[in-house]
Structure formats: C-alpha cells, structure tokens
Write a protein that binds this ligand. Structure first.
Ligand code: GLU
Length: 441
C-alpha cells in the first residue's frame, strides 16, 4: 500500500539533528513505499512560532533534499478543529472543566499524599447544568477534556513491535485551553484524518500520546493510522540531544562543511547498522527499514559523521558537486583531490596549489635540482610521473620516502595530499620546474 506520512515541526526554532532524523525517517519511508510526504507546521502557539523559523525549517529540509508534496499550517485550520471539537462534544467525549491550575495542583498533591496516582478525578463530569450555568455567569471559562475510555490502547508499532498504553492510568487530556486555543494532541489527530495520513512516524517521546490519539481517531470515527516511534538520539556521553545544543543545528553542520547526503547516510542507519555513505536519497530509501530502529537510544557522534563526510566526498562525481565548486576547479582537479578531503571547501587549497604560485619547501636541494633537470617535455598526463620517477631513481640512487617526501614538499608545499601522479599534470611543467629549484611558482 502506498503510504502517506507527515513531518510536523513547530516553527519555534531551526531544525536540529534530532528533528532531521525524524523528517528523514518519514521521507525515506514514504519513498520506500511509493508514498507522499506532508510538511505540517505546528504553529498554533502564536507567541513562539515565527514565519522566519518556518522559512528556516523549509530551507533546512530543502538542503537535506527532503522535499514535500504538500505543506499545511495548523494556524490556517482552526475551523476544522472547531468542527471536530463540536462533534466530540455532541458524542459526550469532550467535557468542560472549571478547575483553576491551583486547584488541580492541590488535588494532585493530596492524591500523592494518599499514595494514589495523580490522575484527574473527573469531578467536572458531576457538575449539573445549573452548576455550569452558575460558573459561567460568574465569569468562569472552561477548559475542555477528552473522556478516555479507561481501556487499553494497543498497536503494532512499525519500529517497536507490540505496544500497550493503559488509558485508565492517564488523566483525561485537556484538548482546549481556557482561552479557546487547541492543544497539539487534538489538532494533530484532526490533521492526520483530513490528510489521510497512513503512518505517523515520530520520536519515542510520543508513545503515551499515541495511546490517547488512537482513542481520538476512534472517537472521530476515523481509520487509525500505523505508528512508528523511533528511539531518541543521545549525545556521545549518553545525554539527550536538545534544541539548545546549537552546534547540532543543521545550519551549523552545513557551515562546518557536512554534506547533506553524509548526514542522511548517517541518520538513516543510526543505531541500526554500519554507516555506509550513499550518493542519493533514493538509494537510502531502497534500503530503509523502520523495524531496524527497535533498540535503545542511538548515539550521535559528530566525529563519526565527519569521517563519513570524507568517505562520501570520495564517491561523488564531478557532476554531483560541480555547481558548488569554485571557478577553476575542473573535473581532473576534482578527481585528483576528492580522495583527500574531509570537506568540500578544502578543494580550494588544492586549486591554489595546482593553479597559483606557491612557496615550495626544499628538503633535499640536490635531489630536487636533479629532478628539475630531467623533467620530461609536455604534454603531461597521469603516466608522466612514472617515467620521470624511474629515470630519477636511476640518477640519484634513492627510493621510498627519501625520494618521494622531498618531491612532495617541493611540488606542493605540503606533507600530505593526493597522489602526485595526478597532481603533476595539473601543476604543469613551468611551475614544477620553478618549485623544484626552490623558486616561487
Ligand atoms: N509538533 C509535534 C512535535 O514537534 C509533532 C509531533 C508529531 O509528529 O505528531 O513534537
């Protein structure tokens, strides 16, 4: 069956790695199952939601390549929430309550003192019509609670397998606040019904919510979608990842030179197998398996991600990166250096070494002078190096590091780098000759 999924961030901040993991899981699941992906902005909190954060989230998703088929704003759907709330009122599942926050907290305290679970006692259900009218006349406005069945919600989770939530141990959840605003537990279900979502994939912090929401789907006579709850990521020390860890925002990772596909390759299998770089989201989708995410909190390790970033760059073709390379980096230069960089921006250093004058470093003056003397005439290609080195070995009687290290230092000014047989034709004869003689070139 083709699947319809949604990613539902609140635009109260930019995306961090934990959000990207959930967004990616939804997108890959949809694409694995010929599906459809909704970006839903949960922006009913008017104080904290901003258009700038919403735009930032969209930019982050675009950067990751997670394009959406449709976009919805909860703030534009209030009429639908009103309709669904009326329906629940009519069926007796949504009831008005007048306790103040202070009264509720006192009730909880007393319950705990008596050793009882702090579950809402449903006192408001006992109010008569006249009691309510009296409270309203005295200027009291209600908040509204959903009457749970008192049974058990159970489902086969796409990631965690069989799940059960005992609704009798939960308070009837508030769906509408005193000021008339709706809570996420409710709006999310109405949206999932209206957009015909078939799989709700989100973090394990929502498992209890899902129990309640399953009852809401049923109370609204709707089909209950599948649920998949992914284990929450932790940092390398085992602590939770949070939005506050700025260094883990996608914007920051992008600035650090992390490739979107490296992050996607990393998150698509985090805690669920070995990390292999993949050069397209389609490949990741073909391999994606939600059932592999049934373990404990996977650790997000930035150093592993950086390593994967390097391995990904080694696999990318020139056309994969051409639009992000500086002018002057052609295919030959890219192919020569891609195996030796961790971040794309490092290509620039090698462009300068190949295409601009640099100060050589002379370690063995005689060797370099001999090498300069027998440089073959151009045109050069990647076979030039072998012929030249073979003659040089004979001329100077050196080999191994004693031969190669001084040549690398003179030709590139660097201790390490891409294969010299690939760099030599890019540097060209005039620069090579100058550098081997200790001249800037
Ligand atoms: N806005 C909710 C959140 O960020 C969405 C949760 C869900 O996917 O249902 O937690």
């Amino acid at each position: 069956m083709s699947q319809r999924v949604r990613f539902a961030p609140s635009p109260t901040g930019r995306l961090h790695v934990g959000n990207a993991y959930i967004a990616l899981a939804n997108w890959l699941y949809a694409h694995r199952h010929g599906g459809w992906f909704l970006l839903r902005l949960d922006d009913t909190d008017r104080e904290r939601s901003t258009a700038a954060f919403a735009e930032g989230i969209e930019a982050d998703l675009r950067w990751l390549g997670l394009l959406w088929d449709e976009k919805a704003h909860q703030s534009a759907r209030l009429d639908r929430y009103d309709e669904a709330a009326d329906r629940l009122r009519r069926s007796g599942r949504l009831y008005p309550c007048y306790e103040s926050p202070e009264e509720l907290s006192l009730k909880r305290k007393l319950q705990l003192q008596r050793g009882e679970p702090p579950v809402y006692d449903r006192a408001a259900l006992k109010l008569s019509e006249a009691d309510r009218a009296g409270l309203e006349a005295a200027g009291q406005r209600p908040h509204w609670r959903f009457k749970l069945s008192g049974g058990t919600s159970s489902w086969t989770d796409l990631a965690r397998g069989e799940q059960r939530v005992d609704e009798a141990s939960q308070s009837d959840p508030v769906l509408i606040r005193t000021d008339g605003s709706y809570l996420y537990t409710f709006t999310s279900v109405v949206d999932d019904i209206d957009f015909a979502v078939t799989a709700v994939i989100r973090g394990a912090d929502h498992v209890t919510n899902s129990g309640t929401q399953i009852e809401l789907f049923k109370a609204l006579d709707a089909m209950v979608p599948d649920f998949g709850h992914l284990p929450l990521l932790s940092d390398v020390a085992g602590g939770g990842l949070s939005k506050r860890i700025g260094s883990l925002s996608l914007a920051e990772l992008r600035e650090q030179g992390i490739e979107a596909l490296a992050l996607a390759s990393y998150l698509a299998k985090i805690g669920a197998g070995a990390h292999e770089p993949r050069t397209s989201l389609a490949e990741l989708a073909a391999e994606f398996d939600l059932a592999a995410f049934h373990g404990g909190s996977p650790r997000f390790d930035a150093s592993e991600l950086r390593h994967l970033n390097g391995r990904l760059l080694h696999l990318l073709s020139y056309s994969d990166v051409a639009d992000r390379l500086q002018p002057g980096v052609d295919e030959a230069l890219w192919l020569a250096v891609r195996g030796n960089i961790q971040r794309l921006a490092e290509v620039e250093e090698w462009r300068q070494i190949c295409r601009e004058a640099i100060e050589p470093r002379i370690e063995d003056r005689d060797l370099c002078a001999s090498a300069a003397k027998i440089l073959p005439p151009e045109p050069w290609d990647d076979t030039t190096w072998h012929g030249w080195i073979a003659s040089l070995k004979g001329a100077v009687g050196k080999s191994g590091r004693a031969l190669f290290h001084p040549l690398r230092l003179a030709l590139t000014g660097r201790e390490n780098g891409p294969e010299l047989k690939l760099l030599l034709p890019l540097i060209g004869r005039a620069r090579a000759a100058a550098r081997l003689q200790g001249l800037k070139g």
